[in-house]
Design a protein around this ligand. Structure first.
Ligand SMILES: [Zn+2]
Ligand SMILES: [Zn+2]
Length: 366
C-alpha cells in the first residue's frame, strides 16, 4: 500500500495548503472526465483517499501514528465526488439535464391615479396581460394522460460527450444535447392548449390597494403576481409604477399640498374668514385684516398622508390680493375719499422679483 504522502507527492511535514494544492493538481490530471483510462481511475481513487485522510487533521494525526484507519475498507471513497466539486465548483455540475421549470419574469404596469386619491390611498382593480399556468396540463407541458419520454440521443443526461484532441491529449468535453435541448426528456405529445409551454397568455384582474402618499415614479411590488414561469415554474413579481395626474388646483411638494388663494382687496384690508375646498372637504381659513400678497397661510395636517410614518403634510395657501379693475363712479368716489383720508406712502423701489408666482414658490420651497 503506497504511502499517502508519496501518493500526493508531498513531504511528511507539508502544510494543509500544500496538500490541497497537490491534490488539486493531481485531480485535474486524473479525474475520469479528463482521463478515462482504468489506470488513471485507480490512481485518482488513491489520490482522493490520501487527500481525504491528510486533509482531516484528526485522521492525519492517526495516520502519522501508524493507524491507517479504515484504509482498504473503501468507506471513505464515497466522498470523492464532494471533494472534487468543492475544488472545481458548480461548472462541473451542469452535466445533469436542465429543468424546463423556470421562474417567470417580472411584469411592470403603469397606473395613473388622481392627486385626490393619493391623499388617503385608493383601491383599484387592475387588468394585466401575463402568462398564466395552463389549466389543461397544469404546467406539465404534455397532453393529459401522457408524460415526457427520456431522450434517446443523450439517454436523459441532457448533454453529449465528445473527445477532443488537445495539447494535453484527449479531453472530454460536453455540450447540450440538440435533440432535447439539454432537458434530457422530449415531450412527444405536447399539450394542445399551450403548445407544450405549460403556460398561456391571459388577461386577469388584480385587486390592488394603492397606499396613501405614493408619488410619481414610486414602484409597488406585488410578489408572485407577475408572469407564470415555463413548465409550471413559479410566478415572477408584478410591479406597479405610479403616475400621479396633475390637478387643476393643487400641486404637491413632498407631503404638502400647494394652492393659490385670490383675496379681494377689501377682504385683505378688512379681514374675513374664507371657506376653501381642500381635497378632502371644506376648510375655514382666517384672513386677518391687513393681509399682504405673497403671504402663506398654512392649514396643518390637510396635505397628503405620509407614505412612511404617521400623519399628514400641510395645506399651504399662497395669498394673491386682487385689485379691482372696474369701479362704478360711486366706488371711485369712495376710493378717492379713502385716499384723501389716509396719506399713502409714495411708490418705493425694492429688489426686482419674478412676479408673485415665483415669489410664492420660493417661499413654499425655501
Ligand atoms: Zn398545457
Ligand atoms: Zn437529449
Amino acid at each position: 500500500m503506497a504511502d499517502h504522502y508519496e501518493v500526493l507527492g508531498v513531504a511528511r511535514d507539508a502544510t494543509p495548503d500544500e496538500i490541497k494544492k497537490a491534490y488539486r493538481r493531481l485531480a485535474r490530471e486524473l479525474h475520469p472526465d479528463v482521463n478515462p483510462g482504468a489506470e488513471a481511475s485507480e490512481r485518482f481513487k488513491s489520490v482522493t483517499h490520501a487527500y481525504d485522510v491528510l486533509s482531516d487533521p484528526k485522521q492525519r494525526q492517526q495516520y502519522d501514528l501508524g493507524d491507517q484507519g479504515g484504509f482498504g475498507g473503501g468507506q471513505n471513497f464515497g466522498g470523492f465526488g464532494d471533494i472534487f466539486e468543492t475544488f472545481f465548483g458548480a461548472g462541473q455540475q451542469t452535466r445533469g439535464p436542465r429543468s424546463r421549470r423556470e421562474r417567470g419574469q417580472d411584469a411592470l404596469i403603469r397606473v395613473e391615479v388622481g392627486l385626490d386619491e393619493v391623499v388617503f390611498g385608493t383601491h383599484r382593480e387592475i387588468e394585466v396581460d401575463t402568462a398564466v399556468l395552463c389549466q389543461t396540463c397544469q404546467g406539465s407541458c404534455c397532453q393529459p394522460g401522457t408524460s415526457p419520454v427520456t431522450c434517446d440521443i443523450c439517454h436523459g443526461t441532457g448533454s453529449i460527450q465528445r473527445a477532443v484532441r488537445s495539447l494535453l491529449g484527449n479531453v472530454m468535453t460536453s455540450s447540450p444535447c440538440g435533440t432535447c435541448r439539454g432537458y434530457g426528456t422530449v415531450i412527444a405529445t405536447p399539450c394542445v392548449t399551450c403548445q407544450g409551454q405549460g403556460r398561456v397568455r391571459a388577461r386577469r384582474t388584480v385587486p390592488v390597494d394603492i397606499p396613501a402618499g405614493v408619488d410619481t415614479g414610486v414602484r409597488l411590488q406585488m410578489p408572485g403576481s407577475g408572469e407564470a414561469g415555463p413548465a409550471g415554474g413559479p410566478n415572477g413579481d408584478l410591479y406597479l409604477e405610479i403616475k400621479v395626474k396633475n390637478h387643476d388646483v393643487f400641486s404637491r411638494n413632498g407631503d404638502d399640498l400647494l394652492a393659490t388663494l385670490e383675496v379681494s382687496m377689501t377682504d385683505a384690508i378688512l379681514g374675513t374668514t374664507a371657506k376653501i375646498e381642500a381635497l378632502d372637504g371644506d376648510v375655514d381659513v382666517e384672513i386677518r385684516a391687513g393681509l399682504q400678497s405673497g403671504e402663506i397661510l398654512t392649514v396643518k395636517e390637510r396635505g397628503v398622508t405620509k407614505l412612511r410614518g404617521n400623519g399628514r403634510g400641510d395645506l399651504k395657501v399662497g395669498v394673491q390680493v386682487v385689485t379691482p379693475t372696474k369701479l362704478s363712479s360711486k366706488e371711485r368716489d369712495l376710493m378717492q375719499q379713502f385716499a384723501a383720508s389716509k396719506k399713502a406712502p409714495a411708490p418705493a423701489l425694492s429688489h426686482f422679483q419674478q412676479g408673485l408666482f415665483a415669489r410664492l414658490r420660493d417661499r413654499f420651497l425655501g
